[in-house]
Design a protein around this ligand. Structure first.
Ligand SMILES: NC(=O)c1ccc[n+]([C@@H]2O[C@H](COP(=O)([O-])OP(=O)(O)OC[C@H]3O[C@@H](n4cnc5c(N)ncnc54)[C@H](O)[C@@H]3O)[C@@H](O)[C@H]2O)c1
Length: 311
């Protein structure tokens, strides 16, 4: 089995690549290195194409001779999409259409798409299943939702295409660098190792569902084995308060920086947890890495290798 992994140099894509290789598959990466790092793939036996998913010819060539596509290349994040809405839609929506067309022209029948809980917009319930209203409220949420719908439409029109869309909640783990648009775990990690205070917005009793990237890589692999087009929420199914997260990261790192409280941010939801029952029933997916074990691995990696130190 040979897989094309778009965005394979990125945080999640590099972990998906490792998983795919460990299962005995061949891997071809298509990545423009805009937010990924070639070094994330060091030592791996892969074929690397430096190219852009917005370039249909490049994508079509990249789809030649593969059996499945893991499509992760994207302009990622709410704030980035507000700052650069055209880049967001070109990459996330047009890029996905290019992948689907590349697949169709080359007879590739399987796509596993990295979608996002951002498609839901403002959350109306705490425990979120796939039927939660989809009121995406950022260019990013809209482009990820439109890409999902495009995959479902293509698999309806071209019966040979199976599309599995995985809606990730908060993902963390090895190869996740700090960036200005980043998630709370890399931000806390950077602050811990720089001796800066951890800033918590609001009272810190808001909860989030954090799922480890090894579990997400497994969900991708299971998605590739599925013969049914569908959408799935991918989370740990558990949640933790931001206060507990900060204390746990202090304990694991052995660094007790100050915790500071700042006013609550208006767009922040109070509680958020994925209902991952459908992924269990449909894909056999169940998150297995507990937060403490996953954070321990992540903080060791962050301290030793995160690219932030080179910036
Ligand atoms: N990290 C999360 O918590 C999270 C949550 C929900 C969904 N996702 C989705 O997971 C996927 C991977 O995200 P990530 O967190 O690994 O981000 P990332 O930025 O580390 O990875 C994205 C990769 O895509 C590449 N890329 C970007 N634009 C490209 C283009 N035009 N052509 C080719 N390659 C391009 C980047 O260089 C990078 O390697 C994305 O589709 C994202 O929307 C991530």
């Amino acid at each position: 089995m040979k897989a094309l992994i778009t965005g394979g140099s990125g945080f999640i894509g590099s972990n998906v690549t490792k998983k795919v290789l460990s299962e005995g598959c061949e891997a071809r990466i298509l990545d423009n290195l805009s937010s990924g790092y070639r070094s994330n793939l060091d030592g791996l036996d892969i074929e690397f194409i430096e190219g852009d998913v917005t370039d249909s010819e490049t994508v079509e060539k990249a789809c030649r001779g593969v059996d499945a596509v893991f499509h992760l290349a994207a302009s990622v994040g709410r704030q980035r999409s507000i700052d650069f809405p055209q880049v967001d839609s070109m990459t996330n929506l047009i890029g996905t259409i290019n992948v689907l067309e590349g697949m169709r022209k080359n007879g590739v029948s399987k796509i596993v798409y990295s979608s996002s809980a951002a498609i839901f917009g403002e959350l109306e319930t705490y425990f979120i299943d796939e039927t939660h209203p989809q009121n995406a409220d950022s260019p990013y949420g809209v482009s990820k939702l439109a890409a999902e719908k495009m995959i479902l439409a293509f698999s309806g029109i071209y019966k040979e295409i199976t599309g599995v869309c995985l809606r990730y909640f908060n993902i963390y783990g090895v190869n996740q660098c700090f960036d200005l648009y980043g998630n709370v775990i890399p931000i806390f990690a950077k602050r811990l190792y720089s001796g800066e205070p951890l800033t918590i917005y609001g009272d810190g009793e808001q909860t989030r569902d954090f799922v480890n990237v090894h579990d997400v890589a497994m969900a991708n692999f299971l998605g590739m084995q599925s013969s049914k087009t569908d959408v799935y929420n991918i989370g740990s199914g558990t949640s933790v308060t931001i206060n507990s997260l900060a204390k746990l990261m202090q304990k694991i790192s052995g660094i007790q920086t100050e915790i500071k409280y700042a006013p609550e941010r208006p767009a922040d939801v109070r509680h958020c947890r994925a209902n991952a029952q459908k992924a269990l029933d449909g894909l056999g997916f169940k998150a297995s890495v507990d937060l403490e074990t996953g954070l321990d691995e992540y903080l060791k990696w962050f301290k030793d290798s995160c690219k932030i130190w080179g910036h």
